[in-house]
Design a protein around this ligand. Sequence first.
Ligand SMILES: [Zn+2]
Length: 538
Amino acid sequence: MKYPLFIIFIFLYGQLFANDTADIIIKHGKIIDGTGNPWFYGDVAIKNGKVISIGDLNSWQAFKVINATGLVVAPGFIDVHTHIENDEAKNPYATNFIMDGVTTVITGNCGSSHVDIKKYLSFIDSLHLSINVATLIGHNDVREAVMGDANRAPTTEELDSMKALVAKAMREGAVGFSTGLIYIPGTYSNTNEIVALAKVAARYNGVYSTHMRNESDSVTQAIDEALTVAKEANIPLEISHFKVGGQQNWGRSKQTLAMVKQAREQGLDVTIDQYPYTASSTSLSTLLPDWILADNSDSIKTRLENPEIKKQAIDYMLDKLHHRKLKHFNYAVVAYYKADTTMNGKSIEQVNLAMHRKHKAKYEAQTVIDMMLQGGAGMVFHGMSEDDVQYIMQYPFSMFACDASIRVFGQGVPHPRGYGTNARVLSKYVRDKKVLTLEEAIRRMTSLPAQKFHFNDRGLLLPGYAADIVVFDANTVNDLSTYEKPHQYSTGFKYVLVNGNITVENGQPNETRAGVVLYGLGEKAHANSMHAYSSSPL
Ligand SMILES: [Zn+2]
């Protein structure tokens, strides 16, 4: 006999208890791996937070077996455009994300982030959220830290200080640089300023994510500016919540998307993201001209209380309304008005009537100013066409992103996208309207964003990858959140795992919080160089 019996026994013992044991096995699912390839039947083994094997794993042992018969098994969804700042501690379970299949978010979008990224990421680390978090460094906060809300270009010294803040943030782990060029003070910047700062982010392998200067009448100029920044700074570009807003612009997505396609053909790494709804959501202040919003709330108040300036603001708003071919501000609906929450859910037209004012647009504009003087409001604006939404959705390099925060259940009447973005794509656009295939939708929710933001061990179901996994029923998955009743979780996600931890079980969140901080490549490069420096014999 060539091998003694005990050696064969040890070999078999080893096979049984070392190699073929997993923490969790997900069995008999239809695996959609995130590449865009078609589904196949198989089992997924998970150990120590990672996927360790995929295939027919019948002989394997596991502490927990999930029966996925009839269900789809896919990588957890990655949402590249969120705003979780200030809500993390209110609901660290991030239930709206988890119940919509999202296991990783990128925050710090639209120019709005923390400036001290190291402190922010260690805060996230200490909170232990249910989801993984990465952040961008936001232009508006960087600019504000250096020059307040000044309505002018920076001096050379000020620009240098901003560059230093962006560089520091990238070294501390930001995954890119974001702008929000309709907001104060970002709107006061010119293209050169953005290029200078994007160049800094580019040095650290960052992405430039932009809420462009305009998403309505001047959208093509705004896309031109974004492409110029990407070209001049030599940085990958992500255009946020790609849309054409305003009734007068419906149908222009053919023109705007053509610009993106052409830029890619010319070698520019540009991708876009979208939320699958025809309404947008932002602050009430965006109805007013920018120059009124400069400096601080005292100066805004002083301006709006000046009858001459107030008249100019009202004329501006009426012009814009007329341009939309609308008679009333019925497209603008209050999501959250702190000064009087009974107005939440009402359109500006209805708020105006509730204030016993005449049913005329000019009184509605006056109502907007009064609400601004009472601290402003969060709004939902119904201004996009379904055809444009679907046309943009068919573009292969468009991701899905909710542009929302962690929801505090029951608070306000926020846009439903914070609850239902992914379920809505999978139900309305994949299952019902067949705008895209299931495999394609999942690729856009997983490997496309992972590739763009260098999450190199996420976004695919492969051995060695982090076990961020969703198990859902493609026949019943549904978004229940609506504009009228937004506080409703998506249904159909039976299991959601984050880093190998079951976070949704039998369709219910179980309060597991296993998310981690995802650092950008700048932090890794910086950490490595520090290590090389400290270990070199100087
Ligand atoms: Zn935005």
